[in-house]
Design a protein around this ligand. Structure first.
Ligand SMILES: C[S@@+](CC[C@H](N)C(=O)[O-])C[C@H]1O[C@@H](n2cnc3c(N)ncnc32)[C@H](O)[C@@H]1O
Length: 322
């Protein structure tokens, strides 16, 4: 197997985003993409094994069960690009099927170098697979893939794990439109989306009793301590998961348990937090099947297939670029 990995974005972007998010009037925020340093990526991998976090196993079941049906509805892709591959353990089920038809160049696009390295190890023994990793933002990496892919050969883009849920519904459509701009008619997108389910089940998925999701959330502050020389006292923050019925989403926050001021020299910032005030770190929107189809149409795709897990409502939708 051939492998190449292209290098990482700069630290100053982290400093700028932290500065912008924590200086916001009203609700303070930190972008969820900064969860995934080496420790965060390792913690996310543990989350995927938690009994309460049904999303990953649902995605795995769907790919194990339907990889052949999916492949039969696609023009055999020569290039497969994946947005946010994580460890790639679910993707492997699909790639194993696709390389039976023809050699595939697999281009995972990942902001986390650690996740990209884990994904490379995951695919190491797949013959007929060329691994070309991009340590990049989703759209930046996809534009690079679009620039080199042979236009007479079909491209398959994967966006798995319901990561689309981190965008608001309208941002999600805008994002899919931009993905579509990097594709041509005949290309396909496989999109995973977590579906609405009882609130209790959702809250447990994002606030497990073992505290792994809490550690994942708090690690974001630890990362700012490590990389921006911040002085967050981790014992003065508590992980909180809430469900907004209005927005149909889980929100993860870090709640300050005391009035405090945190300094972040790397971002040139001092942040005052009141007791009970929160920093909003992630949203995970939940969908229903008709709205996924609407999102596909609004962003320039035709739906060519949809598979829904029977144990944990979760959908894979195959969309063709029109
Ligand atoms: C929720 S995890 C899903 C991982 C994997 N797809 C799965 O199903 O288990 C999201 C992944 O996307 C990556 N990621 C998050 N934001 C990103 C961005 N803006 N650009 C590229 N990768 C990103 C993270 O590092 C992480 O590995």
């Amino acid at each position: 197997m051939l492998t190449t990995t292209l290098a990482a974005p700069s630290l100053s972007e982290l400093a700028q985003d932290v500065r912008a998010g924590l200086s916001k009037p009203g609700q303070k925020e930190l972008p969820c993409r900064y969860f995934y340093d080496e420790i965060g990526s390792a913690l996310f991998e543990v989350i995927t094994h938690l009994p309460e976090y049904g999303l990953s196993r649902a995605g795995e079941r769907l790919l194990r069960k339907h990889a052949s049906a999916l492949a039969s509805r696609l023009p055999a892709p020569a290039v497969v690009a994946e947005l946010g591959c994580g460890s790639g353990k679910n993707t492997r089920w699909l790639l194993e099927t696709l390389v039976q038809n023809r050699p595939v160049t697999y281009c995972p696009i990942e902001i986390s170098g650690a996740a990209l390295a884990a994904c490379k190890r995951q695919m190491d023994d797949l013959d007929s697979l060329t691994f070309l990793g991009f340590e990049r933002e989703y759209l930046e990496g996809l534009a690079e893939v679009a620039a080199f892919r042979p236009t007479h050969e079909p491209l398959l883009v994967l966006f798995l794990g319901s990561t689309i849920g981190n965008f608001s519904r309208s941002e999600g459509v805008q994002f899919l439109k931009q993905v579509r701009r990097n594709m041509i008619p005949g290309d396909s997108l496989l999109l995973a989306a977590d579906l609405e389910k009882p609130v209790r089940q959702l809250l447990l998925a994002y606030d497990d009793p073992r505290g792994v999701t809490a550690a994942f959330n708090v690690n974001l502050l630890a990362r700012l301590n490590r990389e921006l020389e911040a002085d967050f006292r981790l014992d003065l923050f508590r992980h909180v998961a809430r469900y907004s019925r209005e927005e149909r989403r889980i929100e993860m926050h870090l709640l300050s348990t005391a009035e405090q001021t945190v300094t972040i020299p790397g971002a040139g910032l001092a942040v005052a937090l009141k007791q009970g005030e929160t920093i909003w770190t992630e949203s995970s929107h939940k969908y229903n099947l008709p709205e996924i189809l609407r999102m596909a149409h609004q962003s320039g795709f035709r739906c060519d297939g949809q598979w829904v897990d029977e144990e944990w409502p979760f959908a894979h939708t195959l969309m063709a670029a029109e």
